[in-house]
Design a protein around this ligand. Structure first.
Ligand code: PLP
Length: 398
């Protein structure tokens, strides 16, 4: 660059400094949109899909690719495609699994609110019909699959906020008998507890925003599955452009390194907190799959084979109402009240005024989202500190 104009130097100086003898330990954040090829035939092969490589950021990015490769590995899958959010990943999985005009989907009635909206309010206007039902009722699922012949069934392995479980192997078998593909949202379970593909699921989707990244600092999503299905997902991603950016991919990849350690602590803490909550006179009911009192505790044992029962719990404050719950939240000193989950921090959320706000009180009652119900995402702090904070806040409410 010596001897060239400052305009030219400003554009090129310092760039493309190759290090032929060494490799950085950590995947760098590649912001480059375009890529250079010495041999144009290589570029031609990459463009033809005959060779792996990078051409343009929407087609692929090395930092994002590193996160995809890691996720495919953790899920025991051929491949994974990263998205800018969990919702973008769910949207893509639905489209590739056959959500098109005239098609029907079957979905769990207690899906994550935004997923419910995507299906009920948006895909419906494009001619995709979704039938919502209780996916824990296998007889009802069988009947719906027989009658509706849906392209796909969409469910969450653990539901939000009441922690109901689906019998994923049975659900996958039924779906496949009727020619429907299964999309499993495994955000709450994560590959630490279960790998849905091993139970027959065709697509696994995650909000990486939650446990996988885990630090409340990155929005991301991923779809995982077979090579063929992921090829379709990537083609769609190229067309819609809801890509996970390199900074986000870096944070997600960084988070993933401690994810099993965090999950182990989340599970252990949640089990202790749930057991303690159950002994409290001020608590009416505790929802946690690891408790013997959970109606599907045996199914949880079978699905998670003793690795734990996740970090999510819910409980009802005795005689609780909005005023009491607000008072409880404001009295908490360690546990944070924030609208997310799966973070290192312990978090509470009030479903009646957030995730389930758009329902009428009668609808909420029918869905068992009572006015005293609190959702708790147990963090990785010390369990005794979390319990002490909940205890002092419950004293204030009393
Ligand atoms: C958060 C969440 C989503 C949506 O993910 P975003 O990253 O917020 O788009 C989908 N499903 C479940 C179960 C979630 O918890």
């Amino acid at each position: 660059m010596k001897g060239r104009s400052i305009f030219t130097q400003a554009v090129h100086a310092g760039e493309r400094m190759a290090h032929p003898d060494c490799t950085p330990v950590v995947t760098p954040i590649y912001h480059s949109i375009g890529y250079l090829y010495k041999d144009m035939r290589n570029l031609d092969m990459v463009l033809a899909g005959e060779k792996e490589g990078y051409v343009y950021a929407r087609y692929g990015n090395p930092t994002t690719r590193a996160w995809e490769v890691a996720m495919a590995m953790l899920e025991g899958a051929d491949d994974a495609v990263a998205f800018a959010s969990g919702m973008a990943a769910i949207h893509a999985a639905c489209l590739v699994a056959g959500a098109r005009a005239g098609a029907t989907l079957v979905a769990a009635q207690d899906l994550y609110g935004a997923t419910y909206n995507l299906l009920a309010r948006f895909l419906s206007t494009l001619g995709v019909r979704t039938h919502f039902l209780d996916v824990t009722n296998l007889a009802a699922v069988d009947e719906a699959l027989e009658e509706l012949r849906p392209a796909a069934l969409l469910c969450e392995v653990i539901s939000n906020p009441l922690l109901k479980l689906v019998d994923l192997p049975a659900l996958c078998e039924l779906s496949h008998q009727h020619g429907a593909q299964v999309i499993a949202d495994s955000t709450f379970t994560t590959p630490y507890l279960l790998r849905p593909l091993e139970h027959g699921a065709d697509y696994v989707v995650h909000s990486a925003t939650k446990y996988l990244a885990g630090h409340d600092d990155v929005l991301g999503g991923v779809v995982v599955g077979s090579r063929d299905r992921m090829k379709g997902v990537r083609e769609l991603l190229k067309a819609i452009g809801s890509n996970l950016g390199p900074n986000e991919a870096y944070l997600a990849l960084r988070g993933l390194k401690t994810f099993p350690l965090r999950m182990r602590q989340h599970c252990s803490n949640a089990a202790q907190v749930a057991a303690w909550l159950e002994t409290q006179p001020g608590i009416e009911r505790v929802y946690y799959p690891g408790l013997r009192s959970h109606p599907q505790h045996e199914l949880a044992q079978r699905l998670f084979s003793d690795k734990g029962y996740g970090g999510m719990a819910a409980f009802e404050i005795r005689g609780g109402n909005q005023e009491k719950v607000f008072c409880f939240f404001e009295a908490l000193r360690l546990v944070l009240s924030a609208t997310t989950l799966g973070d290192v921090y312990s978090l509470v959320l009030y479903p009646a005024h957030s995730s389930h706000r758009s329902m009428t009180p009668a609808e909420r009652e029918q869905a068992h989202i009572g006015p005293g119900l609190v959702r708790l995402s147990v963090g990785i702090e010390d369990a005794q500190d979390i319990i002490a904070d909940l205890e002092q806040a419950l004293q204030v409410v009393k």
